[in-house]
Design a protein around this ligand. Structure first.
Ligand SMILES: NC(=O)c1ccc[n+]([C@@H]2O[C@H](COP(=O)([O-])OP(=O)(O)OC[C@H]3O[C@@H](n4cnc5c(N)ncnc54)[C@H](OP(=O)(O)O)[C@@H]3O)[C@@H](O)[C@H]2O)c1
Length: 354
């Protein structure tokens, strides 16, 4: 049987999918280059409820009802940003306006506080909820101020996963998660009972889609073999300083299985710009050089590099600064020349390809 095509990028007009009015135009990126983009008012497959403009979207080939924005916003560092709920509303509105509609969380983020903080913001502006996809994760138990765990450990039991989703929903003040991810592969994972729990959450409408994070292909296959619903996403670490998934089969597997990869820490947690290790310094110099050559910011070159990969990975942005986020969005329209792509790969790995 021929394989289905991979994740589909949507953004230009697709009759019947984009119920939208499109406007083509040149938009000046933060660094002043003109980029031709297609802007579309409103959301894919949803009624016209707002004037938020959508950037390209990634449609899961495995689930017609699941799509996400081409870039996602990560909220792991939310506590560090120290934003008041009103400021979080403003940040969210700006991102939606830019077309970044997918927001990534986990039960454990910020010592278990991020979901509640973000929930406070959503309660101030309830209409935002319908304009976004919320991703959250569970399965890790971290020692924190709110619990008495003896050590950090995993818990992928049906009872914990179900309770964790209920807690996420209560903290966020929402009835459903758009996507639930099992945060890490658990050596004690009982695939049958976990699959039954995930299926139950889907049937109850508490989660609309399910996936995993940091799973290797064989771990993915085990869980999928017991689960009727598709695992639509594997969220893994990918950046120029962590390019192994491009070579060790992880991203090939995603393409083979039509799973959308989300790339966490796309800037290696900031190391791409501030790291002092040998590889980081080589990458910094290369990003500066290529940026100057192409009229792009270094971070735009790094993002365009990730997004040129044929797996259609969705980078999860981690900055809390709107200017950096705007420049990231502009990078989504950059098509990096082939040799430029290999120049950054060479800098990252410290050697030419064979
Ligand atoms: N599934 C998982 O296991 C997992 C693990 C880790 C993360 N994640 C997800 O991935 C998201 C992103 O991860 P991340 O925060 O590590 O992403 P990242 O983009 O690699 O790193 C963000 C850090 O880089 C800094 N930064 C960004 N642009 C910069 C620039 N141009 N110059 C200097 N510093 C810059 C940011 O500082 P500023 O805020 O000052 O810009 C921030 O401290 C998280 O929020 C989370 O949702 C998932």
């Amino acid at each position: 049987m021929p394989a289905k095509p991979g994740p589909v990028i949507r953004g230009t007009l697709v009759p019947g999918h984009l119920k939208a009015k499109s406007v083509s135009g040149y938009v000046d990126s933060a660094c002043g280059i003109g980029l031709l983009v297609q802007w579309a008012y409103c959301r894919i497959d949803r009624p016209l409820t707002s004037v938020y403009r959508a950037m390209q979207r990634v449609q899961s080939p495995l689930d017609n009802n699941f799509s996400m924005s081409r870039l996602a916003m990560g909220l792991w560092r939310l506590v560090d940003w120290d934003y008041a709920p009103q400021q979080l509303v403003a940040l969210t509105e700006s991102l939606l306006e830019l077309g970044v509609t997918t927001f990534d969380l986990a039960d454990i983020y910020g010592d278990y506080r991020c979901e509640a903080l973000y929930g406070e913001a959503l309660r101030l502006e309830p209409a935002l909820r319908g304009e976004m996809e919320i991703v959250s994760k569970c399965g890790i138990k971290l020692c924190g101020s709110d619990n008495d765990f003896r050590l950090n450990h995993y818990d992928s039991s049906a009872a914990h996963v179900t309770a964790s989703v209920d807690s996420s929903l209560a903290k966020l003040g929402t009835d459903y998660l758009d996507l639930l991810l099992l945060h890490r592969p658990d050596p004690l994972m009982d695939a049958d009972s976990l699959a039954a729990a995930l299926q139950g959450l889907l049937e109850a409408g508490k989660v609309r889609a399910v996936g995993v994070s940091n799973f290797l292909p064989h771990q993915f296959e085990l869980l999928q073999s017991r689960l009727q619903a598709p695992l639509v996403v594997n969220q893994i670490e990918v950046s120029p300083l962590h390019s192994q998934p491009m070579f060790d089969g992880q991203l090939d597997f995603c393409q083979r299985q039509n799973v959308v990869p989300m790339a966490w820490s796309p800037f290696a947690g900031g190391e791409l710009f501030t790291g002092t290790g040998e590889a980081a310094r080589r990458v910094q110099a290369c990003l500066e050089e290529l940026g100057a050559e192409l009229g792009l910011e270094p971070q735009q070159v790094a993002l365009a590099w990730l997004m040129r990969h044929p797996s259609t990975m969705v980078p999860v942005l981690g900055s809390g600064k709107i200017d950096r986020l705007k420049s990231a969005v502009a990078a989504a329209s950059v098509d990096l020349p082939l040799e430029t792509w290999f120049q950054l790969l060479r800098a990252a790995r410290g050697r030419d390809v064979d």
